[in-house]
Ligand binder design. Sequence first.
Ligand code: NDP
Length: 283
Amino acid sequence: MANIIDGKAISAAIRAEIKEETEAFFGQHGFRPGLAVIIVGEDPASQVYVRNKRRACEEVGFYSEAYELPHNTTQDELNALVDKLNADPAIHGILCQLPLPKHLDENEVILRIDPKKDVDAFHPTNVGRIMIGDYSFLPCTPAGVMALLARSGIEISGKECVVVGRSNIVGKPQAMLLLHANGTVTVCHSRTKNLAEVCRRADILVAAIGKADFFTGDMVKEGAVVIDVGMNRRADGKLTGDVDFESVAPKASYITPVPGGVGPMTITMLMQNTLTAAKESVK
Ligand code: NDP
């Protein structure tokens, strides 16, 4: 049976470290890392994320601001808010909760956020910096996966890493980070042929496709490390990953559960990025 990677415990340990560093930063500079979160409209899932981010800020001792804008906010109004936050020295990180209502242009917002405050690492400048391996912050979910691997003592160098999913926020940056850590990386997607066969090559398998319980025991090599990024709602409302835990866990050496694996790490990495942005601002 696999070792369960406890994302909650690892996340709590990292938050405790961030809190300690934040107090030291405050002692030295007299101000706290500041995060501004923007949400447009009344999407209940987004509202939960925003609340959790605010709580996380309190937990680690950050200054935070939340902007809850009405659904009918115009692009100009949103742009004006981003400009104000870009210019505000108390704010080191700006996060605009996606998706935005359809009449607003997400790309325009991503491009408008100052790359130095882009703690989601979605701005093309930051995406490019990740590509060349010279980065300040990393997209939160892939960074969370890397932290889980590191803190579980899992060696990446020379390992066969298979990432399934190629989105801009998870799959692609995940592949790049594993490559920077000297993994031999294969990226799969919906057009990949013989997916099960490719997955069985993996020493480290990262599942990020958004399909409940898709990866079954026959797709996994004996002793593989299996990281489940997926977050799917079952018909009964329960949260489940992309990996069929029952059949995969007996074969894996390490596995992340859902919930309690990658999920708790994402906001923690956002806190890490905000602290990094604050530190960069005083350099
Ligand atoms: P997207 O829908 O943007 O991307 C899904 C990817 O999976 C695409 O590249 C798609 O391929 C690929 N895919 C879909 N079906 C298959 C299949 N049958 N076989 C192989 N590949 C397939 O999703 P995200 O990357 O945004 O998210 C992925 C999952 O991770 C979701 O469950 C999401 O909820 C979760 N997530 C969890 C986070 C966390 O904090 N734990 C944060 C972000 C996401 P193609 O490109 O060919 O269409």
